[in-house]
Design a protein around this ligand. Structure first.
Ligand code: ADP
Ligand code: MG
Length: 452
């Protein structure tokens, strides 16, 4: 595969993972300039895009590249002024005295992450907005930082995607490191933990795994919902939990749902998880969204009018990750145009990111789809695999994504707690079938009319 094909392939995968607006803003006008012995140089149009790709999408880009070519070791982002790129002998413009700027600090791997504790130093409480939506979790976090392992153990934070769970639990770890330098902190995603465990078994060295995880004073485990169906990992986590807990080590979990709703979670772990402090983070309310928008703009040099802040806070919903995406579209445009954008300019820019009030819309859409297919609404949320129900469910997912731009994980969560990969699959399946099945198109058009 040449680099052009490789990049096209990666782009089509990346596109599935992020919002349309983010994709067009950040990945338009990018290309692979060179594969330098496994280090891919991605050409980008300007400094801002370079920073943004690096700060927000580096992991995704690297992962996708490696997924397509396992020899790849790293990525560099290089500003590449299109018209300066090819001179006659096809080299990169050195002859004209133009050199792409190479960010010397750019790590080959995820150097941002501290190798000893896996924490990303960018997550701290300075940049963290506290409001009614997360203040209880924040208060518990502060108490834990003062006295790790004492009062709130385990601390179980749960809530929908993009609401700040990872930021919060990593910020706890980073702050404990500063306040209690003697404490050994370790952050790990459940998925990583499970891989570690499997590797230790395959290498016939389960004790090294046990020793590794038992030596920490603070263990932070992210996205614990992925424990579903990993029975051996559950067993191992159960024993680890008991050892750490008995020794007053602080344990922090995050999950996208309450322990009682994690599928296939053993009772004994469920009760352990919920035995300390269990706190939900919900979507930020209007005032908190205003505060978040202000905070994000303050960290850039962009000027934003109060009316624009108000309008953004009103129209953008509560997923902070998506909110950041929209803000960056605005910031990027404003930097390109070198001026503060007017309200109408901003409205046009973020049109794609505005979604309907989700709870209402999702339920309503399911209702209409169920009606169209003559099945009960409940069936769509349930686990049935009956053919006609699967079809209706796929159509509902397709419409939610295609017409309402709702994120894959959220669609999965709302339609009976399904994995986002199922939603991606359904979306693609319907998209594909539409190419050859005119009656399907008619059905969907009917639903669309009913939704209007
Ligand atoms: P989750 O783990 O719940 O999916 P993240 O912690 O990854 O969400 O947060 C998504 C994005 O929103 C991150 O870039 C994070 O820095 C930002 N963010 C989350 N909560 C806040 C907050 N309270 N204040 C400022 N930024 C936040
Ligand atoms: Mg997270």
């Amino acid at each position: 595969m040449d680099t052009k094909e490789l990049w096209n392939k990666c782009l089509s995968e990346i596109e599935l993972n992020i919002s349309k607006a983010n994709f067009t803003t950040w990945f338009k006008n990018t290309s692979i300039l060179k594969d330098d012995a496994g280090v891919i140089q991605v050409g980008v149009p300007n400094e801002f895009v370079k920073d943004w790709l690096y700060n927000k999408f580096h992991k995704l880009i690297l992962k996708t590249l490696i997924g397509n070519d396992e020899h790849i070791r790293g990525v560099e982002y290089i500003i590449n002024k299109q018209e300066q790129r090819h001179d006659q002998d096809g080299t990169t413009g050195d002859r004209l005295g133009i050199r792409p700027t190479i960010n010397k600090e750019l790590p080959l791997n995820d150097l941002y992450i501290n190798k000893d504790d896996n924490l990303n130093p960018k997550y701290n409480f300075n940049s963290f907005v506290v409001g009614p939506f997360n203040e209880l979790a924040y208060a518990v976090a502060q108490a834990i930082i003062t006295n790790p392992g004492q009062n709130y153990n385990p601390f179980f934070v749960y809530g929908g995607t993009g609401l700040g769970k990872t930021h919060m639990i990593q910020a706890i770890g980073n702050t404990i490191k500063v306040k209690h330098p003697e404490k050994k902190v370790y952050y790990v995603s459940l998925e990583r933990f499970a891989i570690d465990y499997i590797n230790s078994i395959q290498n016939k060295n389960p004790n090294s795994f046990k020793e590794k995880y038992r030596k920490y004073d603070v263990i932070i485990m992210d996205d614990i919902q992925f424990i579903s169906g990993k029975d051996k990992t559950q067993e191992e986590l159960f024993h680890l939990f008991n050892t750490l807990y008995e020794n007053n080590k602080q344990i922090i979990f995050s999950s996208d749902k309450h322990p009682n709703f994690i599928q296939g979670l053993e009772d004994r772990l469920q009760s352990r998880f919920a035995s300390g402090m269990t706190v939900q983070i919900v979507e930020p309310d209007y005032e908190s969204r205003v505060a978040i928008i202000k905070a994000k703009f303050e960290s850039t040099n962009c000027i934003i009018e109060p009316e624009v802040i108000a309008s953004l806070a009103e129209s953008l919903n509560g997923n902070i990750r998506e909110l950041e995406g929209s803000l960056n579209t605005v910031i990027c445009q404003s930097q390109l145009k070198n001026k503060a954008l007017s309200l109408s300019e901003v409205k046009i820019l973020i049109k794609n990111n505005i979604r309907p009030k989700k709870n209402v819309a999702i339920k309503d859409i399911v209702k209409v789809v169920a009606e169209q297919y003559g099945i009960s609404e409940d069936a769509i949320y349930e686990k049935t695999r009956r053919k006609e129900i699967v079809r209706a469910r796929q159509v509902a997912m397709y419409i939610l994504r295609e017409d309402f731009n709702i994120s894959y994980p959220l669609i999965g969560q709302k339609l009976g707690d399904r994995d986002h990969t199922t939603v991606i699959h359904s979306h693609l399946k319907i998209k594909d079938d539409l190419k050859t099945d005119p009656s399907l198109l008619q059905e969907i058009e009917k639903i669309r009319i009913m939704l209007k």
